[in-house]
Design a protein around this ligand. Sequence first.
Ligand SMILES: NC(=O)c1ccc[n+]([C@@H]2O[C@H](COP(=O)([O-])OP(=O)(O)OC[C@H]3O[C@@H](n4cnc5c(N)ncnc54)[C@H](O)[C@@H]3O)[C@@H](O)[C@H]2O)c1
Length: 254
Amino acid sequence: MRLRNKVAVVTGGASGIGKAIAAAYVQEGARVVLVDIDERKGKDAAAEIGAEGEAVCLRADVTDSASVNQMAQEVDRRFGRIDILVNNVGVRITKPFLEHTDADWNIMIATNLTGPFFCARAVTPFMIRGGSGRIINTASIASFVGRPNRVAYVSAKSGLLGMTRALAIDLGGTGITVNAIAPGSINSPMNASQAADADHDWGKETPVGRWGTPEDIANAALFLALDASSYITGAELKVDGGWVSTKARAGELA
Ligand SMILES: NC(=O)c1ccc[n+]([C@@H]2O[C@H](COP(=O)([O-])OP(=O)(O)OC[C@H]3O[C@@H](n4cnc5c(N)ncnc54)[C@H](O)[C@@H]3O)[C@@H](O)[C@H]2O)c1
């Protein structure tokens, strides 16, 4: 029970990676707020993960600062503290560069970059009041390398690493650490079509030789949330089965 008495906010907690992180935190004794735009799915996920009071869902849209500020106030009102924020919401548009519309670009930046900024800004005063905190941003392998047909997603996820480093400095000395996790190919709803595509098996492109699971990411998010991680800040942890390090293709490993 390494997170006993902690209160965690996990955005995008209704699905995939966020849901797995929320479940891992509950298992370690935290009370967890799943923040999601899809309230129905969020409530179902909360009920699946923990008993009433261990996991709850609050609806908020991370692209809307008023909605995010209200969410943080509500978490503090209900639980009296906020110790951990996992900025995990993310959406991905995949299409050729010249087909990206203004709306495509704006939604990628608003959701994947501005949202984490709004959420961090909203919870930080409560963490400062408590004397410590953990902000964990879900970046991507697309934060490190260009990926085809994802110009807006790659731009936003690269920016999220910059924000991680800058916030680590600005919050230095407050007891709050700010780090990023960069998942590789994770078998979550976001990748449902690719995971089913035997001709383009991303798992085979990965040195470890398999797709990652949401639980692989949750293990890293647990580590960064612990008191024992207090000397780690401004860091990025790739959880990608080695994909970025080698850029290996099928057959090249032998
Ligand atoms: N799945 C992967 O392979 C992979 C790889 C690298 C990075 N990531 C990143 O991991 C994170 C989680 O990915 P996932 O695969 O679990 O995604 P997912 O699609 O399963 O879940 C995303 C959740 O975010 C919620 N959401 C979307 N827009 C929102 C908004 N404006 N406000 C509040 N909630 C909103 C959705 O309702 C959903 O529950 C994302 O940031 C994604 O970019 C995923």
